[in-house]
Design a protein around this ligand. Structure first.
Ligand code: S3P
Length: 429
């Protein structure tokens, strides 16, 4: 198992660009594959998760060309996908398996989806249940709640579904099935989760209406191929935002980052903690807000995090925990039960790892309390096979009193293959 040892840094400085947004990259392949015409994608993230999506669609007969710069997807139209000859392996990617299960529910062929040891433990009932209500026949382990899932799709009817969790994966899975359903499909969630599907459906000419925390899709409308330019991933930028905030004498410009308001919870939280973060030159690209982000070292203070900001920052909690560990006072996180069913249980993983650095952390069922400290100790920590835990602990190392060794870092390639070289470039000794 690969590990890395990271030394403390004197400052974090420079201009960087982070790789393309993972969520938008997945959706560009999926919609491109079922549109009519050739979709061109620029800024696509070539991480392992997105490659899982790409391989799955190639296995259904879609021609996807990659010249190293742009991706070209020759769309098959709504009903042109072919029955795959083998199981579709979604690797570590929750977005791939949950969204594709929705799309496969609309196909009149048989398919099986699975993933790695982590994905096979993650809850699938959240999509199997609504898709079954629409008429899909889905079987799986543990009473249809765990992958592998076997899907017999076709003949769907629109439903009106109140999702018990704020989850873009649940919402998008149902929306994709909704493209194939009779009539209208409506999903409402407790708080608005990321709305990349809504925006990209619209970009491709689908019939989509949004209303607060609800979205309605009309079935049977053909999509038209588009040009998509994927902005930098704010979830990847977040590691470098926290790096520059907590390391003394730092100033970092992160260029071309997606700042969709359903994703900028991390900026709101870090600004509430006293972080000096400025959005520069805001603009819109392919229907998504984009800006450059300028960050300077800041004296952070503890804060209380709960409610509707939680889904807007859901992937950034591991690195927010690192900021909290360095802040003055206590940070409380609540309403974040979903963190327990991510790539690993991120509440326990961060509590265990931060305790190894000498930080006082108390877990609650739906969050944690973190007592910040001026001093983080050097230690050996473990990623638990979770990319964001690996990267967050690497950022903590920049301000520890001695080196931190992070074990099991291969997982970083799922979302941010260039993370370590980029960190090496900006973390000055
Ligand atoms: C994602 C939605 C979120 C997020 C994941 C990507 C998406 O998951 O954690 O990394 O692309 O739709 P949930 O919908 O399970 O919260």
């Amino acid at each position: 198992m690969n590990s890395i040892t990271i030394q403390p840094a004197a400052s974090v400085r420079g201009d960087i660009v982070v790789p393309g947004d993972k969520s938008i990259s997945h959706r560009s392949i999926m919609l491109g594959a079922i549109a009519t015409g050739v979709t061109t994608v620029r800024g696509f993230l070539r991480g392992e998760d997105n490659m899982s999506t790409m391989h799955a669609f190639r296995a259904m007969g879609v021609d996807i060309a990659d010249d190293g710069e742009t991706i070209q997807i020759t769309g098959m139209g709504l009903h042109g996908l072919k029955e795959p000859g083998d199981v579709l392996d979604c690797g570590n990617s929750g977005t791939t398996i949950r969204l594709i299960t929705g799309l496969l529910s609309g196909q009149s062929f048989f398919s099986v989806v699975t993933g790695d040891q982590y994905l096979r433990k993650r809850p699938m009932k959240r999509v199997v249940e609504p898709l079954s209500l629409m008429g899909a026949r889905i079987a799986g382990r543990n009473n249809g709640t765990l992958a592998p899932l076997a899907i017999n799709g076709g003949s769907l009817k629109g439903i009106s579904y109140r999702s018990p969790v704020s989850s873009a994966q649940i919402k998008s899975s149902i929306m994709l099935a909704g493209l194939y359903a009779d009539g209208e499909t409506n999903v409402t969630e407790p708080s608005l989760s990321r709305d990349h599907s809504e925006r990209m459906f619209r970009h491709f000419g689908a019939s989509v209406e949004t209303n607060g925390r609800g979205v309605t899709v009309r079935g049977g409308v053909e999509l038209t191929a588009q040009e998509v330019t994927v902005p930098g991933d704010i979830s990847s930028a977040a590691f470098f935002i926290v790096a520059a905030l907590i390391t003394p004498n730092s100033e970092l410009l992160i260029k071309n980052v997606g700042v969709n308001p359903t994703r900028t919870g991390v900026i709101d939280i870090l600004q509430a903690m006293g972080g000096d973060i400025q959005l520069v030159d805001p603009r819109e690209v392919s229907g998504e807000p984009v800006a450059d982000i300028l960050v300077r070292s800041s004296r952070l203070k503890g804060t209380n995090i709960s409610g509707s900001v939680v889904p807007r920052a859901i992937d950034e909690f591991p690195v927010i925990c690192v900021a909290a560990a360095r802040a003055e006072g206590v940070t409380t996180i609540r309403d974040a039960r979903e963190l327990r069913v991510k790539e690993t249980d991120r509440i326990t993983a961060m509590a265990v790892n931060l305790k190894r650095l000498g930080i006082t952390v108390t877990e609650t069922e739906d969050g944690m309390d973190i007592a910040g400290s001026e001093q983080l100790l050097g230690a050996a920590v473990d990623s638990c096979g979770d990319h964001r835990i690996a990267m967050s602990m690497s950022i903590a190392a920049l301000v520890a009193s001695s080196a931190i060794t992070v074990a099991d870092i291969g997982c970083v390639a799922t979302s941010f293959p260039t993370f370590f070289p980029l960190l090496e470039k900006v973390a000055l000794k």
